[in-house]
Structures are given as structure tokens and as C-alpha cells.
Design a protein around this ligand. Structure first.
Ligand SMILES: [Zn+2]
Ligand SMILES: [Zn+2]
Length: 320
């Protein structure tokens, strides 16, 4: 075998290992040029999209469709409330056990581990719509800002230096490394539940494969693209209340899809707050959910929006 062939075989092996262990070959991984798509690495992501077509064979039932919708809502909350407002911005406090539970719930969304997610997101806030921003519609166009950026080798590694406050927890580092573990267990659990219902409650018309396709594949793909709209559309459609240096905008439509994240211009103006709807009429279900968790005693110290920041658009717009 030639040296080139051996090298290619080794690269193939590393790429396959990364499906399970995201740290495999991490050294050469980081050196892999800026914006190349690693097709082998993203094959499972593409496969998840293709698997939605299996709906042709598995059919549907009210139970499976309701499960897909409920799992979209619960997992969108886990992304917005936990990955975004807790891990990325630390806008409230919880216990270490609570933090671990939030990480597990967030990981069922198949958006990798909280360290990877938070590190990329903190980088976005530091460089929003500048050259270094991994997902800026202004810099890279809408398609790249929406989904292209996560297929680039340069964006696979977790930028640990941006999340030292989270990386100090070994349990979070473990989840970050083996980030496929929770999604696989979650998918298997849905298949098992569907199979159990087929046996014990055949009247529901549910089967294992059907609940896997609706509850995992379709729900997750919708959830992924719902989340992605904040990187693409929230920097393009809607109004700008605050003249921030980026292109962020406020959109009620995106707030509806993402349970409150559509108030993205508010958020870029003041990322430290637990709420993103700054006024009572700005629909922010994630914040309402966080208030419930606070009432239950699960979280505390939710950071508010200072009135001076909220009203700053009056003077900032006049000066701009
Ligand atoms: Zn943004
Ligand atoms: Zn943010």
C-alpha cells in the first residue's frame, strides 16, 4: 500500500471514530483548514434528514404526531433555557446536579454537548457579524449562516478556552467528548416505547419505527432548523430597536418558532439577562418556563434587564 493510501485510510478511520468520540484525532482536526466540509463526519446529520422519508412506510398516528410536537417544545426549551441562557450566558444559577440534568436534556436535541454549543455561541457574541463570526449572513450568506457552518471542520472542535467555567466539570467534559451517547439512547428509548405501546395499547396505532421517525427524526430535524433560524433569519428579518454593531433583529415570528429567542436584537444589546422579551408584550415562553423552575426552587438569581438598558434605545437611536 502507498503512503498516500495509508494516510487516507487513517483519515477515514479517524473520521469514523469521530462519530462516537468527538475528540478523536483532535490535533490534526484543529489544523484542518478553515471552511472545508467534512462529508464523512456530517453523514449521520444528513442521514437524520433522509430518515424522515421513512414516514412513507411507518405512517402516522395521533400519538406519534403529538409526541413529535411535545418533544419539539420540550427540547427547544432545553436549548433556549439551558444551552443558551444558562450554559452560554449564565443568566441564572442552579445546583451541580441541576446543571447536569440540564445538559442531559439539552443533549437530546442533537446539537452536541453544552461546552461546544456555549463556546461557539460566546464566540458569536464576541464577533457578531465580523469576519471571525462562524455564522454571519452578512459575511457568508444565508445558507452558510443557517447550516453550512456546522459542517466545516474548523467548527467541530470545542473551543475550551472560551468556556473555562464549564470545562472544569468532568461530567460536562465527558458529555462533550461522547456527544452521540445521549441522542442514541434517546432514540432507542423512543423506539422501545413505541414497541411497548404496539403490544400493550394497539388501539393507539403506534409502532416502534413510527415513534422513532416522528418523535426522533422529524421532531429533531424541525428542532435543528428552528434553532438555526436564530443564526440566519434573526440577523436578517424583523426590526432593530437597538443600534447594535451587528445585524441582529427582533421578530415575533422567530420568537414563536424558538420559544422567545426571536427577540435577538434585544439579546445582542444585553445578553446577560434571563429574559429576551424586554417588554411584557414580547412573547418569551422560555422566560415563563424559567419562572416556573424558579418557583419550584430548581433555579434562582435570574438576572433582570436593567431599566436603563431597556430604555437606552431612545437615546442610542437619536445619537446614531
Ligand atoms: Zn446573533
Ligand atoms: Zn446569546
Amino acid at each position: 500500500m502507498t503512503a498516500g493510501g495509508g494516510g487516507r485510510l487513517q483519515a477515514l478511520g479517524t473520521a469514523l471514530r469521530r462519530w462516537v468520540d468527538s475528540h478523536a484525532g483532535i490535533a490534526e482536526h484543529e489544523a484542518d483548514g478553515p471552511l472545508r466540509v467534512d462529508w464523512l463526519r456530517v453523514a449521520p446529520f444528513l442521514g437524520l434528514h433522509l430518515a424522515c422519508l421513512a414516514v412513507i412506510w411507518v405512517g402516522w398516528s395521533w400519538f406519534s404526531v403529538a409526541a413529535a410536537l411535545a418533544l419539539y417544545l420540550v427540547r427547544m426549551f432545553s436549548i433556549t433555557g439551558f444551552y443558551h441562557r444558562y450554559f452560554s450566558h449564565r443568566t441564572f444559577k442552579t445546583t451541580r446536579a441541576g446543571q447536569f440534568a440540564f445538559a442531559l436534556l439539552g443533549m437530546t436535541s442533537v446539537q452536541r454537548g453544552p461546552l461546544w454549543w456555549a463556546a461557539h455561541h460566546r464566540h458569536h457574541h464576541a464577533h457578531a457579524d465580523e469576519d471571525q463570526d462562524a455564522h454571519s449572513p452578512r459575511r457568508h450568506g444565508m445558507l452558510w449562516a443557517h447550516v453550512g457552518w456546522i459542517t466545516a471542520r474548523a467548527n467541530f472542535p470545542t473551543r475550551l478556552r472560551l468556556v473555562p467555567d464549564l470545562a472544569k466539570f468532568p461530567e460536562l467534559r465527558f458529555l462533550d467528548r461522547f456527544d452521540v451517547l445521549v441522542p442514541v439512547l434517546f432514540a432507542a428509548a423512543l423506539f422501545g416505547l413505541g414497541a411497548a405501546l404496539a403490544a400493550w395499547a394497539p388501539g393507539l396505532g403506534v409502532t416502534g419505527p413510527q415513534l422513532l421517525v416522528w418523535g426522533f427524526c422529524i421532531s429533531t430535524v424541525a428542532l435543528l432548523h428552528g434553532t438555526f433560524t436564530i443564526n440566519s433569519l434573526a440577523h436578517r428579518i424583523g426590526r432593530r430597536r437597538y443600534p447594535t454593531k451587528d445585524d441582529s433583529r427582533n421578530s415575533w415570528l422567530l420568537a414563536l418558532i424558538t420559544l422567545g429567542e426571536g427577540w435577538h436584537n434585544n439579546h445582542h444589546r444585553y445578553p446577560a439577562a434571563a429574559r429576551q422579551g424586554f417588554y411584557w408584550w414580547e412573547f418569551d415562553p422560555t422566560y415563563y418556563g424559567l419562572l416556573v423552575l424558579k418557583w419550584l426552587g430548581v433555579i434562582w438569581d435570574l438576572k433582570p434587564v436593567p431599566a436603563r438598558v431597556r430604555e437606552s434605545w431612545r437615546t442610542e437611536r437619536a445619537a446614531a
